[in-house]
Design a protein around this ligand. Structure first.
Ligand SMILES: Nc1ncnc2c1ncn2[C@@H]1O[C@H](COP(=O)(O)OP(=O)(O)O)[C@@H](O)[C@H]1O
Ligand SMILES: [Mg+2]
Length: 148
């Protein structure tokens, strides 16, 4: 897809983008969420997962310490990774990485830790801080481009 920029004026806008992506997500998708601490990666992931689960109150803790959380949803399994504390790509096997890629919907915070294991087919989304809010830059797999 062509690189797309979306201005996110407030937290609600970040959550809205998460829901928009959830509406078109399907098994086998990988979304790599980049951006510094506090940029809104977990906020976006929470809205995304809640939308797939069809449950606006679902508890979606940041997987900072567990490194991964898995959710069973009516739209399939969602694997939410936060790789900040990953020691090296070798550690991914223990975190179900192969199983996740086989048919899950996969969201990754700190995808730089994947090194060469980052799948080519991913949607890449970088969140940046602006003076008043956030900005998202999206690129990658073609089909995500429509309507954002
Ligand atoms: N578009 C936005 N504008 C301003 N604040 C936002 C926006 N989106 C999210 N936030 C806030 O920024 C913080 C982001 O935290 P979090 O989602 O945990 O970030 P990360 O996972 O990237 O470290 C939260 O306090 C959230 O309310
Ligand atoms: Mg986070």
């Amino acid at each position: 897809m062509r690189e797309t920029r979306v201005t996110l004026a407030d937290e609600a806008a970040t959550s809205r983008l998460g829901r928009q992506l959830a509406a078109r997500a399907r098994a086998g998708d990988v979304i790599l969420l980049e951006g510094p601490l506090g940029a809104g990666k977990s906020t976006l992931a929470r809205a995304f997962i809640r939308a797939l689960a069809g449950d606006e109150r679902l508890a979606v803790p940041s997987p900072t310490f567990t490194l991964v959380q898995v959710y069973e949803t009516p739209r399939g399994e969602v694997w939410h990774y936060d790789l900040w504390r990953l020691e090296g790509p070798e550690g991914l096997a223990e975190l179900g990485w192969d199983e996740a890629l086989e048919g899950g919907i996969v969201l990754v915070e700190w995808p730089g830790r994947l090194g060469k294991l980052a799948p080519d087919r991913a949607l890449r989304l970088t969140l940046g801080m602006t003076e008043t809010g956030r900005e998202a830059v999206l690129w990658g797999e073609e089909r995500w481009g429509d309507g954002l």
